[in-house]
Ligand binder design. Structure first.
Ligand SMILES: Nc1ncnc2c1ncn2[C@@H]1O[C@H](COP(=O)(O)OP(=O)(O)OP(=O)(O)O)[C@@H](O)[C@H]1O
Length: 363
């Protein structure tokens, strides 16, 4: 066997041993290695992944670095990662939205559990992990995304008097009904009207090419949510809950609703899992413990992650710079990034890949 082949085989063998919850098949099986080349003692390793994975990529490097440096010819390793995010088939065979590969609906059975906060930080974390990401605020009752992103005084421009440009915020392409109505304008929407308005915003926004669009759905499981879920070309959903019993009862209704309309659920995110005392760092489970995990098990889905209740998370949102932006190196951002990787991976493994030739076809 020649030298090059033997290094290739050693590297592949090592890569194949790397295990992580985001990998249902190993890196070699999914043909993730796009470059393996030894030049003057430097081993260039490049991965191309079908879902965002930056944080796990850092873990991979830490796990394998020493083993790679133990190969006699290798003096140093230069890693890189790129993405060709897969388009997964939409639920209910809905037509794809132009430029948008995958749509993730973030829902909650009950109001006030932190659905919008989670949607915003999840979208930012998907971007931080390597994706091109959009965020649509579909919470027609109280569109809070513009406040959370610090864009509430902005108004979308219309370059052709028909479509509108998204508002760019912290690297996300965003749109919200909040950009179009007066801030104190009380909105009384009936199901079909709300759904029509939302679909129009979704379709009339000039979205750039996006790997993931996160939709902040209105809270609850009534007619409006059902109509929206059925009419938006959603790929999959995520349910946000707190560990409190009453929130869990409503989260259950959310899981049932998506099942009824055949939209797969990727898992449950538990927000306000425990309170972190600002003075002493003590963790207290003020809303109870273990509820979301049990819920996920009962519905054969996964607990995607747990976010603590902490004053700085609220402050960051109130200031228009969510935690993933304002505290990029914090433990909170790490939690959101881990959730983002789990969401992106679950979407890929649960879904059916649409060949890339038709994935950008306009509807
Ligand atoms: N983990 C957290 N720690 C601290 N504050 C939080 C956390 N999650 C959410 N909040 C705060 O709780 C409030 C409600 O959050 P948010 O608006 O995201 O809830 P929601 O479920 O989207 O509400 P609605 O149902 O009204 O749309 C906000 O002020 C937000 O800043």
């Amino acid at each position: 066997m020649n030298h090059v082949n033997s290094i290739n085989q050693t590297v592949s063998g090592l890569l194949a041993t790397f295990q992580h919850p985001t990998l249902q098949k190993n890196l070699v099986a999914i043909k993730a290695l796009s470059r393996c080349e030894l030049v003057d003692g430097t081993l260039y390793l490049s991965l191309k992944m079908p879902f965002v994975w930056d944080s796990v990529f850092a873990q991979l490097q830490a796990t394998l670095e020493a083993k790679l440096l133990a190969i006699p010819e290798v003096k140093q390793v230069k890693w890189s990662i790129s993405y060709e995010v897969a388009t997964l088939k939409q639920a209910n065979n809905q037509s794809l939205l132009k430029n948008v590969k995958n749509i993730i609906a973030v829902s909650s059975g009950k109001g006030g559990v932190g659905k919008s906060s989670t949607a915003v930080n999840l979208a930012l974390a998907l971007a931080k992990e390597g994706g091109k990401v959009g965020l649509l605020d579909a919470d027609i009752y109280g569109p809070s995304i513009p406040t959370m992103l610090g864009t509430k005084n902005e108004q979308p421009l219309s370059p052709d008097n028909k479509h509108m440009s998204p508002i760019m915020a912290h690297g996300l392409a965003t749109s919200s009904i909040g950009y179009l109505v007066a801030q104190d304008g009380a909105m009384v929407w009936r199901g079909p009207m709300a759904s029509k308005a939302l679909l129009q915003i979704l379709q009339d926004t000039l979205w750039p090419e996006l790997d993931y669009m996160v939709i902040d759905m209105p809270p609850g499981t009534g007619d409006i949510q059902l109509t929206l879920a059925q009419n938006i070309p959603v790929t999959a959903s995520v349910i946000v809950t707190t560990p409190q019993d009453i929130a869990l009862v409503d989260a259950r209704k959310g899981l049932t609703m998506f099942k009824q309309v055949n939209i797969p659920t990727l898992g449950v995110i538990e927000n306000m899992s425990y309170h972190i005392c600002e003075n002493c760092g003590h963790h207290e489970a003020i809303f109870g413990e273990g509820g979301a995990r049990q819920l996920a098990e009962q519905y054969h889905t996964q607990l995607l992650g747990q976010i603590p209740l902490h004053r700085s998370l609220r402050q960051d949102l109130d200031n228009g710079t969510p935690t993933v932006i304002n505290q990029p190196d914090s433990e909170f951002t790490r939690y959101y990034c881990e959730i983002a990787d789990s969401v992106a991976a679950a979407l890929y493994w649960q879904g059916e890949v649409v060949p890339s030739a038709i994935s950008f076809k306009q509807v």
